[in-house]
Ligand binder design. Structure first.
Ligand code: G6P
Ligand code: MG
Length: 217
Protein backbone atom coordinates (compact mmCIF):
# COMPACT_ATOMS: atom_id res chain seq x y z
CA UNK A 1 0.00 0.00 0.00
CA UNK A 2 1.54 3.28 -1.11
CA UNK A 3 0.13 6.75 -0.64
CA UNK A 4 1.50 10.16 -1.54
CA UNK A 5 2.42 12.38 1.40
CA UNK A 6 2.78 16.04 0.44
CA UNK A 7 4.32 18.50 2.89
CA UNK A 8 4.07 22.27 2.88
CA UNK A 9 7.41 23.82 3.93
CA UNK A 10 7.04 27.11 5.80
CA UNK A 11 5.30 26.50 9.13
CA UNK A 12 5.21 22.73 8.66
CA UNK A 13 8.83 21.60 8.29
CA UNK A 14 10.57 24.79 9.45
CA UNK A 15 9.44 27.96 11.19
CA UNK A 16 10.48 30.55 8.63
CA UNK A 17 7.55 32.86 9.43
CA UNK A 18 9.80 34.69 11.91
CA UNK A 19 12.31 35.47 9.13
CA UNK A 20 9.58 36.54 6.71
CA UNK A 21 8.34 38.83 9.50
CA UNK A 22 11.74 40.47 10.07
CA UNK A 23 12.29 40.98 6.34
CA UNK A 24 8.79 42.31 5.58
CA UNK A 25 8.88 44.60 8.63
CA UNK A 26 12.19 46.14 7.61
CA UNK A 27 10.89 46.64 4.08
CA UNK A 28 7.52 48.07 5.15
CA UNK A 29 9.14 50.45 7.63
CA UNK A 30 11.57 51.63 4.93
CA UNK A 31 8.58 52.96 2.97
CA UNK A 32 6.84 54.30 6.11
CA UNK A 33 4.30 51.52 6.44
CA UNK A 34 3.65 49.88 9.82
CA UNK A 35 3.84 46.11 10.01
CA UNK A 36 2.95 43.91 12.97
CA UNK A 37 2.73 40.21 13.88
CA UNK A 38 -1.00 40.00 13.17
CA UNK A 39 -0.39 41.22 9.64
CA UNK A 40 2.42 38.70 9.29
CA UNK A 41 -0.08 35.94 10.15
CA UNK A 42 -2.15 36.99 7.17
CA UNK A 43 0.81 36.47 4.87
CA UNK A 44 1.21 32.77 5.71
CA UNK A 45 0.98 30.70 2.54
CA UNK A 46 0.66 33.89 0.48
CA UNK A 47 3.09 34.38 -2.45
CA UNK A 48 5.77 37.06 -2.41
CA UNK A 49 3.93 39.23 -4.98
CA UNK A 50 0.60 38.97 -3.16
CA UNK A 51 2.29 39.70 0.18
CA UNK A 52 3.80 42.97 -1.08
CA UNK A 53 0.47 43.95 -2.64
CA UNK A 54 -1.21 43.47 0.73
CA UNK A 55 1.43 45.50 2.59
CA UNK A 56 1.08 48.36 0.11
CA UNK A 57 -2.71 48.24 0.47
CA UNK A 58 -2.45 48.33 4.29
CA UNK A 59 -0.22 51.40 4.01
CA UNK A 60 -2.31 53.06 1.28
CA UNK A 61 0.73 53.20 -0.98
CA UNK A 62 0.83 53.03 -4.71
CA UNK A 63 4.18 52.61 -6.44
CA UNK A 64 5.56 52.05 -9.92
CA UNK A 65 6.15 48.61 -11.40
CA UNK A 66 9.91 49.18 -11.21
CA UNK A 67 9.78 50.13 -7.56
CA UNK A 68 7.61 47.08 -6.87
CA UNK A 69 10.21 44.79 -8.42
CA UNK A 70 13.02 46.46 -6.51
CA UNK A 71 11.17 46.14 -3.18
CA UNK A 72 10.53 42.44 -3.85
CA UNK A 73 14.21 41.89 -4.54
CA UNK A 74 15.20 43.80 -1.39
CA UNK A 75 12.85 41.76 0.76
CA UNK A 76 14.18 38.52 -0.62
CA UNK A 77 17.84 39.51 -0.19
CA UNK A 78 17.14 40.32 3.44
CA UNK A 79 15.15 37.09 3.93
CA UNK A 80 17.99 35.06 2.39
CA UNK A 81 20.45 36.55 4.87
CA UNK A 82 18.49 34.69 7.58
CA UNK A 83 17.97 31.54 5.51
CA UNK A 84 21.69 31.29 4.84
CA UNK A 85 22.29 30.86 8.57
CA UNK A 86 19.77 28.04 8.96
CA UNK A 87 20.77 24.52 9.97
CA UNK A 88 19.30 21.16 10.90
CA UNK A 89 18.46 22.42 14.39
CA UNK A 90 15.65 24.49 12.84
CA UNK A 91 13.65 21.49 11.64
CA UNK A 92 10.42 21.49 13.65
CA UNK A 93 10.04 18.80 16.36
CA UNK A 94 9.29 15.23 15.20
CA UNK A 95 9.29 16.09 11.50
CA UNK A 96 12.28 13.74 10.95
CA UNK A 97 10.46 11.01 12.91
CA UNK A 98 7.47 11.13 10.53
CA UNK A 99 9.63 11.43 7.40
CA UNK A 100 11.67 8.39 8.48
CA UNK A 101 8.57 6.38 9.26
CA UNK A 102 7.15 7.14 5.81
CA UNK A 103 10.44 6.27 4.14
CA UNK A 104 10.91 2.89 5.83
CA UNK A 105 7.31 2.06 4.95
CA UNK A 106 7.89 2.86 1.26
CA UNK A 107 5.54 5.81 1.09
CA UNK A 108 5.90 8.48 -1.60
CA UNK A 109 6.96 11.88 -0.26
CA UNK A 110 6.75 15.30 -1.94
CA UNK A 111 7.08 18.96 -1.05
CA UNK A 112 4.32 21.37 -2.08
CA UNK A 113 5.30 24.95 -1.25
CA UNK A 114 4.55 28.45 -2.53
CA UNK A 115 8.11 29.51 -1.79
CA UNK A 116 10.66 30.13 -4.52
CA UNK A 117 13.33 29.52 -1.88
CA UNK A 118 12.09 26.03 -0.97
CA UNK A 119 15.01 24.04 -2.42
CA UNK A 120 17.54 26.32 -0.79
CA UNK A 121 15.87 25.94 2.62
CA UNK A 122 15.68 22.13 2.29
CA UNK A 123 19.37 22.06 1.44
CA UNK A 124 20.19 24.24 4.44
CA UNK A 125 18.38 21.94 6.87
CA UNK A 126 19.71 18.86 5.08
CA UNK A 127 16.32 17.41 4.11
CA UNK A 128 16.50 17.71 0.33
CA UNK A 129 17.09 13.97 -0.13
CA UNK A 130 13.97 13.11 1.91
CA UNK A 131 11.71 14.21 -0.96
CA UNK A 132 11.09 12.25 -4.16
CA UNK A 133 9.46 15.29 -5.73
CA UNK A 134 9.66 19.01 -5.00
CA UNK A 135 7.01 21.43 -6.25
CA UNK A 136 7.66 25.05 -5.29
CA UNK A 137 6.86 28.65 -6.19
CA UNK A 138 8.86 28.33 -9.40
CA UNK A 139 6.67 25.52 -10.73
CA UNK A 140 3.16 26.89 -10.27
CA UNK A 141 1.16 29.65 -11.91
CA UNK A 142 -1.79 29.59 -9.54
CA UNK A 143 -1.43 30.21 -5.79
CA UNK A 144 -3.11 28.19 -3.01
CA UNK A 145 -6.12 27.79 -2.48
CA UNK A 146 -5.80 26.71 -6.10
CA UNK A 147 -4.87 23.01 -5.91
CA UNK A 148 -2.25 23.22 -8.71
CA UNK A 149 0.79 22.79 -6.44
CA UNK A 150 -0.57 19.61 -4.84
CA UNK A 151 -1.92 18.16 -8.09
CA UNK A 152 1.52 18.51 -9.70
CA UNK A 153 3.00 16.85 -6.60
CA UNK A 154 0.59 13.90 -6.87
CA UNK A 155 1.40 13.48 -10.55
CA UNK A 156 5.16 13.47 -9.89
CA UNK A 157 4.62 10.81 -7.21
CA UNK A 158 2.43 8.79 -9.58
CA UNK A 159 -0.44 8.88 -7.11
CA UNK A 160 -4.10 9.65 -7.57
CA UNK A 161 -5.17 12.80 -5.69
CA UNK A 162 -7.54 10.79 -3.47
CA UNK A 163 -4.55 8.70 -2.39
CA UNK A 164 -2.61 11.73 -1.23
CA UNK A 165 -2.26 13.27 2.22
CA UNK A 166 -1.33 16.95 2.66
CA UNK A 167 0.26 18.56 5.73
CA UNK A 168 -0.45 22.31 5.84
CA UNK A 169 -0.34 25.19 8.34
CA UNK A 170 -2.27 27.74 6.26
CA UNK A 171 -6.00 28.04 5.62
CA UNK A 172 -5.39 28.51 1.88
CA UNK A 173 -3.28 25.34 1.85
CA UNK A 174 -5.97 23.27 3.58
CA UNK A 175 -8.52 24.58 1.09
CA UNK A 176 -6.20 23.67 -1.80
CA UNK A 177 -5.83 20.11 -0.46
CA UNK A 178 -9.60 19.77 -0.01
CA UNK A 179 -10.31 21.07 -3.52
CA UNK A 180 -7.73 18.57 -4.85
CA UNK A 181 -9.74 15.81 -3.12
CA UNK A 182 -6.79 14.90 -0.88
CA UNK A 183 -6.77 14.09 2.83
CA UNK A 184 -5.94 17.39 4.57
CA UNK A 185 -4.02 17.54 7.84
CA UNK A 186 -3.81 20.92 9.55
CA UNK A 187 -0.69 21.69 11.58
CA UNK A 188 -1.48 24.49 14.00
CA UNK A 189 -4.51 26.08 15.64
CA UNK A 190 -7.74 24.06 15.39
CA UNK A 191 -9.86 27.22 15.36
CA UNK A 192 -7.99 28.53 12.35
CA UNK A 193 -7.64 25.25 10.44
CA UNK A 194 -11.13 23.84 11.12
CA UNK A 195 -11.67 22.97 7.45
CA UNK A 196 -8.98 20.26 7.67
CA UNK A 197 -9.86 16.55 7.89
CA UNK A 198 -7.52 16.20 10.89
CA UNK A 199 -5.80 18.87 13.00
CA UNK A 200 -2.71 18.63 15.20
CA UNK A 201 -0.84 21.32 17.09
CA UNK A 202 2.45 20.01 15.69
CA UNK A 203 4.12 16.74 14.67
CA UNK A 204 4.78 15.72 18.28
CA UNK A 205 1.02 15.03 18.44
CA UNK A 206 1.09 12.73 15.40
CA UNK A 207 1.76 9.08 16.20
CA UNK A 208 3.17 6.53 13.79
CA UNK A 209 -0.01 4.49 14.44
CA UNK A 210 -2.06 7.37 13.04
CA UNK A 211 0.12 7.39 9.91
CA UNK A 212 -0.22 3.60 9.65
CA UNK A 213 -4.03 3.95 9.64
CA UNK A 214 -3.85 6.64 6.95
CA UNK A 215 -1.77 4.36 4.74
CA UNK A 216 -4.35 1.57 5.14
CA UNK A 217 -7.33 3.81 4.31
C1 G6P B 1 5.19 30.45 1.87
C2 G6P B 1 5.15 31.35 3.10
C3 G6P B 1 4.81 32.76 2.70
C4 G6P B 1 5.74 33.26 1.60
C5 G6P B 1 5.63 32.34 0.39
C6 G6P B 1 6.57 32.75 -0.73
O1 G6P B 1 3.89 30.20 1.44
O2 G6P B 1 4.22 30.87 4.04
O3 G6P B 1 4.91 33.59 3.84
O4 G6P B 1 5.45 34.57 1.23
O5 G6P B 1 5.96 31.01 0.79
O6 G6P B 1 7.90 32.60 -0.29
P1 G6P B 1 9.18 33.13 -1.04
O7 G6P B 1 10.31 32.42 -0.33
O8 G6P B 1 9.09 32.71 -2.47
O9 G6P B 1 9.22 34.60 -0.89
MG1 MG C 1 2.97 27.11 5.29
Amino acid sequence: NTKGFIFDLDGVIVDTAKYHFLAWKKLANSIDVDFNKEQNEQLKGVSRVKSLEKILAWGNKSISEDEFMSLMAKKNDDYLSYINKMGEDEILPDVPKILNYLKINNQAIALGSASKNARKILEKVNLISSFQAIVDGNDVSKAKPDPEVFLIGAKLLNQKPENCVVFEDSVAGIQAANIANMISIGIGDKNVLHEADYIFKDFTEISTDFIKELVKK
